[in-house]
Design a protein around this ligand. Structure first.
Ligand SMILES: *[C@@H]1O[C@H](CO)[C@@H](O)[C@H](O)[C@H]1NC(C)=O
Ligand SMILES: *[C@@H]1O[C@H](CO)[C@@H](O)[C@H](O)[C@H]1NC(C)=O
Ligand SMILES: *[C@@H]1O[C@H](CO)[C@@H](O)[C@H](O)[C@H]1NC(C)=O
Ligand SMILES: *[C@@H]1O[C@H](CO)[C@@H](O)[C@H](O)[C@H]1NC(C)=O
Length: 503
């Protein structure tokens, strides 16, 4: 009798522990967040997907939308990585649809039908649990019931995304112990360090839940108005898009400083340079520009481009490269500045006097995400409530109010957080020359001298490693949105960085 009395609780305890551990992984997600089916995709999902809203300000009804893709490897131990697209004003479904999401999207023959989805062999969810977030409110599927929330800036955005993370980890407690990383591209070169700083300060202040933050990745990211602004002319020259004479006379007239030029001779020389490259695809200088009003496919290409050039940017990657994109940073004539940042749709209106956004081809994402069935499957509010989904919105008024990111990078890297600053080396929008220069300017000891890095036996790009776990890397032949242009190479550096291996 006595024996069985002591055996009973032990048995219960064991049963409870054994049942609790696997159950916790299922029960942690909020009710109704699981994505049961993905319209356009038939077959079983390779991992579980969850999507929905998290309120970051209950008074105002400010709701941020996320789409969470569990790792296709070991979700319980693989890192959780937050992904942010830039703009400001661009949805992170840009990354989901065109870059490293779980699916490849193939347009239907009939443009009103849903695209066909197949699995992406280079999805970042092969290596990590990926959390796509539409931020700030007003972007993508995120919204607020208080319209004044749509006037925002760097600092408020970082406060909101930090509040989002704390609530998200509360709702998904099984992921609190996984290593956590923050990633993004273009204007997210501002979002990533500002949010990382808030997360790091929160950890220091004992904010709960504790986020197991390890480091961050920035791709072709805006960082500093002087470094980024001064990088473009040397890039254009180095790529052979202007003559030696044009470069030398601009250098002389501008005294080697272009970012805040005011001298009339200097401005005239810069104008010559910008006019010269105006019709080159800013996001990948090797890619043709897409002209939406042209009928035949061949007439989309700029007439000055010889036939042989039109295929240069094609890759063996699983995604079709958009002929031209917009909305991830600024055009050449509008370098990063403190103060109000124009959104791309508003710019297109002002500069091109057009309802159509010039040179864009975001139709697959637009068709899919504006379909009522898709929105319901993803738990996004219907268009009747929050309007249509746009790749980049001009619903927000956004201020760059966080200054240069360089001091923030210094604080984070000297606090032990690892950083990978990567750059597609054919992007003219936020060219690698600026990222290379500012990382070098940190003055950290070089621990891994400039060298090629490889995928298989092929050179995938070049890298230089610094003390404090700061790594700079180029991706050879890639445009602005690296995983879109070079998916295999992107998954390779992503995996190596997360597991703290050298590239
Ligand atoms: C909600 O946002 C408003 C405006 O940004 C702010 O004044 C208020 O303090 C916020 N409330 C909470 C609970 O964070
Ligand atoms: C040009 O730059 C040099 C140093 O880089 C500086 O000493 C000089 O004053 C500058 N000249 C003008 C006209 O700005
Ligand atoms: C940038 O140029 C403006 C106008 O020429 C000038 O007032 C300002 O001081 C410059 N800023 C810096 C940081 O040099
Ligand atoms: C660099 O990263 C590794 C792996 O996360 C860590 O063990 C090490 O302490 C870091 N070094 C510095 C200087 O932060």
């Amino acid at each position: 009798m006595a024996g069985s009395a002591t055996a009973m609780p032990r048995l219960f305890f064991c049963a409870w522990v054994c049942a609790f551990v696997p159950l916790a992984r299922v029960l942690g997600a909020p009710n109704g967040a699981a994505v049961e089916s993905v319209p356009g995709f038939s077959g079983d999902l390779p991992s579980r997907h969850f999507a929905g809203y998290v309120s970051v300000n209950d008074t105002n009804g400010r709701e941020l939308f996320y789409y969470f893709v569990e790792s296709e490897g070991s979700p319980a131990t693989d890192p959780v990585v937050l992904w942010l697209n830039g703009g400001p004003g661009c949805s992170s479904f840009d990354g989901f649809v065109y870059e490293h999401g779980p699916f490849k999207f193939e347009a239907a023959a009939d443009s009103d039908s849903l695209p066909k989805l197949t699995l992406n062999p280079y999805a970042w969810s092969k290596a990590a649990n990926i959390l796509y977030l539409d931020s700030p409110a007003g972007v993508g599927f995120s919204y607020s019931q208080t319209p004044t929330d749509y006037i925002t800036g760097d600092l408020q955005t970082a406060l909101d995304t930090h509040a989002f993370l704390l609530k998200w980890f509360q709702a998904y407690p099984e992921y609190q112990s996984n290593p956590f990383f923050i990633s993004g591209e273009s204007y997210a070169g501002i979002y990533v360090p500002t949010l990382s700083r808030n997360v790091a300060h929160g950890i220091k202040a004992g904010v709960k839940p504790v986020i197991n933050f390890k480091g961050y990745l920035v791709g072709n990211g805006c960082t500093d108005d002087q470094f980024d602004g001064d990088a473009i002319v040397p890039f254009i020259y180095g790529m052979g898009l202007i003559s030696v004479d044009m470069y030398k006379s601009a250098q002389k007239a501008c005294n080697g400083s272009y970012w805040n030029a005011s001298d009339p001779t200097c401005l005239a020389k810069l104008n010559d340079i910008y006019n010269d490259v105006e019709e080159v695809n800013i996001y990948d200088i090797l890619e043709p520009c897409y002209y939406p009003d042209s009928e035949s496919d061949s007439s989309r290409y700029h007439s000055r481009l010889p036939q042989s050039f039109r295929r240069l940017g094609e890759t063996k990657g699983p995604h079709k490269i958009r002929k031209r994109q917009f909305g991830r940073a600024y055009p050449l004539r509008l370098p990063l500045r403190a103060g109000r940042v124009p959104t791309w749709p508003s710019l297109s209106h002002a500069l091109f006097d057009s309802e159509n956004v010039p040179c864009t081809d975001d139709r697959i994402a637009g068709t899919w995400l504006n379909n009522a069935e898709v929105r319901a499957a993803l738990h996004a509010k219907p268009a009747a409530d929050i309007g249509p989904w746009d790749l980049c919105t001009d619903n927000i008024i956004f201020y760059h109010d966080a200054g240069s990111m360089i001091p923030i990078h210094r604080e984070l890297t000297t606090s032990g957080y690892r950083a990978l600053i990567y750059s597609g080396d054919h992007d003219m929008c936020v060219p690698y020359t600026g990222s290379e220069a500012w990382t070098s300017s940190m003055g950290y000891e070089v621990t891994d001298q400039w060298r090629a890095w490889f995928v298989g036996r092929q050179v995938a790009g070049f890298t230089q490693g610094y003390a404090n776990n700061l790594t700079f890397a180029t991706i050879k032949g890639s445009g602005h949105t690296v995983p879109e242009y070079k998916p295999a190479e992107a998954l390779a550096f992503f995996q190596r960085f997360l597991s703290a291996q050298p590239l």
